[in-house]
Design a protein around this ligand. Sequence first.
Ligand SMILES: Cc1cc2nc3c(=O)[nH]c(=O)nc-3n(C[C@H](O)[C@H](O)[C@H](O)COP(=O)(O)OP(=O)(O)OC[C@H]3O[C@@H](n4cnc5c(N)ncnc54)[C@H](O)[C@@H]3O)c2cc1C
Length: 403
Amino acid sequence: MTPSVLDAATRGAGLDRLTRFLPDAGHAYAIGRNTDHGHDQPSAVSNLSRYVRYRLVTEPDIFARVLARHPDMSAQKFLTEVFWRTYWKGWLEMRPAVWSRYLAECDRQRGALLDSRAIADAEQGMTGIDGFDHWARELVETGYLHNHARMWFASIWIFTLRLPWALGADFFLRHLIDADAASNTLSWRWVAGLHSIGKTYLATTDNIARFTNGRFAPTGLAQSAVALTEPPVEAAGGLADMVSFDANQPCLLLVTHEDLTPEQLFPGKAPIRAALIAADPDLLWGRAARQFVQAAAADTASRTAAHFNCAANVSQTLDADTLILAAQAAGVRQIITPYAPVGPVADMLARIGPMLSDNGINMVQRRRSWDSRFWPHATKGYFAFKEQLPTAFKDGQLARDGA
Ligand SMILES: Cc1cc2nc3c(=O)[nH]c(=O)nc-3n(C[C@H](O)[C@H](O)[C@H](O)COP(=O)(O)OP(=O)(O)OC[C@H]3O[C@@H](n4cnc5c(N)ncnc54)[C@H](O)[C@@H]3O)c2cc1C
């Protein structure tokens, strides 16, 4: 589908985009998904990622609607790609140290390469490498890149330009609207050969020329991609146990940009006195993502108010003081919130929790059943994880409520 800047940052617009894409989710996607025709051209991919990233549209939403339209499994390829997101989220969730390691590596490399001409040239699209320079500018201008372009770009960054992978991942995070701790970090690690140990992704002239319809044919690319190395990654831990919230006690609903469809997660009759939608720009990396989340927060506030029949306000700050004041104003001692996966929001909630407790306020996170069911299977590679797809198809067919 042609990406459109006119698409609003609302759940309605996301579902609408999904509905328009449905006829093409089968054969057309399977044969056309690898071709990047250019930003302004019609494309076989869905361009749903900004909605999925902030959970304005969820994986169960997609599985349910796609399977209803294609009960013959002709859209299996598309759903297999959507399931990559579930895999990456689960994989990082069980190895949070990989995220901390990435952040430390970024700081280290940034310090070492301060004022580096090579990094500036790569980010500004001034390397002279056909295609690469175009994608650098396209990313900054549109906040989006086709999946294949992301792979080519990351591969050239790492193996041809020999720049640190973590700074490439950071460049993506600062500009993608769909910037995501798990999908971005782990995809860059996958290209670099750090995910499937020793298995790298090498961008080639022929492949780029073929899948850009001849728009680009860069020369001078690395001819081999020797995997990067690092100290071993920790073994997968389990998921944190979830505590249920007290359904008899009034509460404040906190919604963060990690999950902007709380009406799927909490029952309409939950004793919610008020809701706070936190769209804190400091917990996002880039301008385009901040703009999208600002608008999405307003949409979420109106849906939340209508669904739970309560006041719902947007806050630009997520910190302990804001939550304590909001809880006191609502006259509650319990805050409930959709689970925040590994990333800045989860870090912030972990810091805030003890301060709330000191003020007699209990905060309870709730994880979606989709995540609880599939994330624990992200222990090895995607090939093994994919064995869960038949269960996901079954769940998807049942998941009319989208939780
Ligand atoms: C180096 C690199 C960095 C990336 N960074 C991000 C990121 O920060 N955020 C992000 O959401 N995706 C990221 N991706 C994955 C993928 O490129 C995008 O999700 C996809 O291009 C979005 O376009 P679409 O919605 O048209 O995808 P479609 O092909 O139409 O797929 C539908 C949905 O499935 C999910 N999906 C599909 N492929 C993948 C994948 N490989 N990994 C994870 N989810 C997937 C997305 O939610 C997507 O919206 C990255 C990939 C690479 C190679």
